[in-house]
Write a protein that binds this ligand. Structure first.
Ligand code: UDP
Ligand code: MG
Length: 351
């Protein structure tokens, strides 16, 4: 077997006979699990929206984790932290620039505007994929325990392409938030959107898994669902959640609801089928009612009158509008997909 080096040249300059067998990826050609004895390069991608209060301490803590892992030979010393500034209106990017100057292993990407956590994460994943063997995504507030990354890496070494971080308890979240999460999770499961329970965006993915999601060209990207959808070998690692120390949560109930709705309508046609089924039931019901009133009339009884006409009218009107809205949800999706707009626009990069 040919030896694979860290600084392989691009395909065009390559003269080795096995050059074509190495695939299309320009830049480094690496083995995914460091089988050649080399530890994997790890990138930690951190989406940030108005996180000026926390980025510095988060960078320090993550850098510390990377230093420890590199010292133990578990990751390559070239591993790095990658902040994705998702259109912050505060000094987040200025802080990241300062951190990058002080320590080049802290890198960053500034998006032109806020595109939401999902697309910010995608921007980070796709931007680092040529430069890392595996990527961990974690929230800027480090509510997820960053020390578990070591366990993620063990699972990755054992062959998992995706390692899901799963919360052990949700005591750090408010009662309302916990109830909402659990409601949305169960709703999504019922609707056929298969996601991992108590898993948010804290996970490790291999370069191979990122290559796979880069083929998913949909506008409404729901990462939690996409990674499950790929079907690669995966593993689950439990961790404890902490309370957010500083800064405010950007995920309002509204955003959570939007995410759940996106998850359902991106991954399942069950709601559409429910519409059809409900439509059929309502049709049967109104047919029965019509027959009943017809029979009463033939018998000579006075028809019940006002209530009998007006109530179904209101009822059906309401039901129709509700279902029309649901269908509109899908139409809206098609509209966005057809436009095929870029999912994010890069502004600047520090690398
Ligand atoms: N975030 C983002 N874009 C957004 C909203 C949030 O990049 O539009 C980031 C945020 O900075 C944080 C992560 O996503 O790093 C999770 O957000 P947050 O901690 O506010 O959510 P929660 O933990 O309450 O769900
Ligand atoms: Mg948080």
């Amino acid at each position: 077997m040919s030896t694979i080096t860290n600084n392989a040249t691009t395909g065009a300059a390559e003269t080795a006979p096995d050059a074509t067998a190495r695939g299309v990826g320009a830049g480094r050609v690496t083995s995914p699990h460091g089988e050649d004895g080399r530890a994997p390069v790890l990138a930690v991608v951190v989406p940030c929206l108005n996180e000026e209060a926390v980025v510095a301490s988060t960078a320090a803590r993550l850098a510390e984790v990377l230093r420890r892992l590199a010292a133990a030979g578990k990751v390559d010393p070239a591993s790095f932290v990658y902040f994705v500034d998702d259109g912050s209106r505060d000094a987040t990017w200025v802080v990241v620039e300062g951190l990058h100057r002080a320590d080049p292993s802290v890198k960053g990407l500034k998006l032109a505007r806020n595109v939401g956590t999902q697309n910010a994460l995608l921007a980070g994943l796709l931007s680092v994929r040529e430069r890392a063997d595996c990527v961990v995504t974690i929230d800027a507030d480090l509510q997820q325990d960053e020390r578990v990354i070591e366990t993620f890496l063990e699972k990755f070494r054992e062959g998992a392409q995706i390692v899901y971080g799963v919360r052990r308890s949700r005591r750090a979240d408010s009662v309302v938030k916990r109830a909402a999460s659990s409601f949305f999770y169960n709703l999504m499961w019922l609707m056929g959107a298969r996601i991992i329970k108590h898993h948010s965006e804290y996970r490790l993915v291999s370069r191979k898994a990122i290559d796979a999601i880069s083929e998913y060209r949909e506008y409404n990207l729901f990462l939690r669902g996409i990674f499950v959808d790929i079907g690669y070998r995966s593993a689950v690692v439990q961790f404890d959640v902490r309370r957010r120390d500083t800064g405010r949560s950007k995920h309002t109930l509204g955003k959570l609801a939007a995410l759940a709705l996106d998850g359902i309508t991106s991954f399942s046609v069950v709601p559409l089928r429910l519409v059809t089924a409900a439509g059929a039931l309502i049709f049967l019901f109104s047919t029965a009612m019509t027959l009943f009133y017809l029979y009463e009339k033939l018998k000579g009884n006075t028809p019940p009158g006002w209530a009998g006409t007006v109530i179904p009218l209101y009822f059906l009107g309401g039901v129709q509008i509700m279902f029309l809205g649901l269908v509109g949800e899908y139409v809206g999706k098609i509209y966005k997909e057809v436009k095929a707009r870029p999912r994010y626009v890069k502004d600047e990069e520090l690398f």
